[in-house]
Design a protein around this ligand. Structure first.
Ligand SMILES: Nc1ncnc2c1ncn2[C@@H]1O[C@H](COP(=O)(O)OP(=O)(O)OP(=O)(O)O)[C@@H](O)[C@H]1O
Length: 230
């Protein structure tokens, strides 16, 4: 089977009017089936830019992004949007849940957009929320949940469509240490159970240490820092 995520020679330069910022200068990365990869690099190194490009939210200036063997650069805008919606899951530092919707409705929404029936989408939402320890919180709205609970709902939403690859940008960055620990454990259990492939940008060394390997960004290129045994 094709690798969930391949970045090949990705280049991205920003021009802020006064100077050129060469953020990615030929980044290469393959995330394999069932592999959890941590991206740890100093602030400003280009982690978010890399995730935006991997998530098809931004175009690279050069290079290729392949999702499950599909070259995103060769798709029409419409097909690329569908690929993003159906095959990529996102978790951000802030949960970005819909405030008027309950936890289960938030998790059902992307499934409805992907064509699943309301009944099936809600059943899967309930199953995921149960697995993430939120059985009693299904009908709560985001404002009625704690920060850690909201982030677990965001994880359930991100995996609801069984993405080929999950992209996470500082998933525990906005949480205190204890809550971050609970979210980390929930994320790891779910990932291992479902054989998820993920690229996780994080400053949290504990989280990074639990993943299969860690890569970093050096002068715009991906460099492997260590191999961690499962
Ligand atoms: N739209 C943009 N226009 C101009 N410069 C940008 C833009 N987006 C990012 N940059 C610059 O690119 C560099 C990398 O930014 P990026 O947000 O990818 O880094 P990061 O590693 O995710 O940082 P952090 O850990 O602080 O989130 C920074 O110097 C940033 O100022």
């Amino acid at each position: 089977m094709a690798d969930p995520l391949v970045l090949a020679d990705v280049v991205r330069t920003f021009d802020d009017g006064t100077a050129e910022v060469k953020v990615l200068t030929g980044a290469n990365l393959t995330v394999r089936e069932g592999e959890l990869v941590a991206l740890v690099a100093p602030s400003g190194a280009g982690k978010s830019t890399l995730l935006q490009i991997a998530g098809l939210l931004e175009h690279p200036d050069a290079g290729r992004v392949m999702i499950g063997g599909t070259d995103a650069g060769r798709l029409s805008d419409k097909d690329r949007t569908a690929l993003r919606r159906d095959r990529i899951g996102f978790i951000y530092q802030f949960h970005h849940l819909m405030g008027d919707f309950s936890a289960r409705e938030n998790v059902a929404l992307p499934q409805r957009l992907a064509g699943r029936s309301a009944r099936a989408a809600l059943a899967r939402a309930d199953e995921l929320l149960d697995r993430l320890g939120l059985k009693d919180r299904r009908k709560h709205r985001p404002a009625e949940l704690s920060g850690g609970e909201r982030q677990r709902v965001a994880i359930a939403r991100a995996v609801a469509n069984e993405p080929r690859v999950l992209l996470a940008d500082e998933p525990t960055g906005n949480l205190d240490q204890r809550t971050a620990g609970a979210v980390r454990d929930a994320f790891l259990t779910l990932s291992r159970d479902t054989g998820l492939a993920a690229l996780v940008a994080t400053h949290n060394q504990t989280l990074a240490g639990e993943l299969d390997r860690t890569v970093t960004l050096k002068q715009g290129k991906i460099v492997s820092t260590e191999e961690v045994n499962r």
